[in-house]
Design a protein around this ligand. Sequence first.
Ligand code: UDP
Length: 339
Amino acid sequence: MRVLVSGGAGYIGSHTVIRLVEAGHDVVVVDDFSNAKPTVVGRLEALTGTSVPVHSFDLTDVDKTEHLFANETIDAVIHFAGFKAVGESVAKPLDYYQNNLDSTFSLLRAMRRHDVRTLVFSSSATVYGAEPRLPMTEDLPTSATNPYGWTKVMIEQVLTDVAASDDRLRIAALRYFNPVGAHVSGDIGEDPSGIPNNLMPFVAQVAVGRREKLSVFGDDYDTPDGTGVRDYIHVDDLAAGHVAALDRISAGTTPMSIWNLGTGQGVSVLEVIKAFERASGRPIPYEIAPRRAGDIAASYADPSRANSELGWYATKTIDDMCADTWRWQSKNPNGYPDA
Ligand code: UDP
């Protein structure tokens, strides 16, 4: 298939481009580079040995989106593009609702006009809300605790309704748990701008000396060691899950599917720190800080639906995730170069 990857220069998008090419698909990227560096494209081309066509614009631009679909052959879309910083979404809710929803509407309308019926959407375990039952199964009710999370809930609802209106559509929403790690080459990885919000990139920047110490947000949760528990999933396993979902929906007859992509294993903040110390051979200084607003104690998937329906399993351990993150961080201490 020729797959349009929106947000294909971003963290999960770029790893998925590699997996798509390895699986024999052709890829077209659309990215506005608002949160990605153009230098990622050259690295993708070097790693895949193929040219990666890139269209640089914001998908909320309906005319440009229409022009793209009119001028490229597109068989399927994987939609990663979107704003994703939880804290920023609380400060700028209108920006988040407008960007994440409008870009999806623009894509869906262009897909309809050009008879593209296969879509994989980048959703999140954040749709399970503030007090989820554990492990999280796909049939739990959805809600959110911040505007970013609500955009995922809302887009899932839009996709469900659109799929119900046309039984020729093949749509999947993939609910990611906590994506971490990097390509095994160390040439592609997560490159957050500014101070990282997420644990793994923050730990990696402490290890490489860019930050002095980590703040552990709370050690009094109802978890084995008191720190927050999450289901960390290697980004390359996650990327493989997109290819599996794409293959599955395009061969099937179901208009709307939802799959969790996680390992099913919970790992605490202190366990991540220890694993990263093992991987890097460096100490990770930390201090215990107050809980972060909006955090839940524990989050982990029941991935059995994806296991059985997609034949997909997360294969990599937390040690693999830390080793690959460290390879990326030590080879690229300041992330991607500007040019
Ligand atoms: N965390 C932390 N210090 C940080 C960033 C995160 O202790 O600087 C904790 C956070 O409280 C949570 C876990 O690490 O328990 C994962 O946080 P992250 O932001 O990576 O993912 P999310 O909370 O969205 O699942």
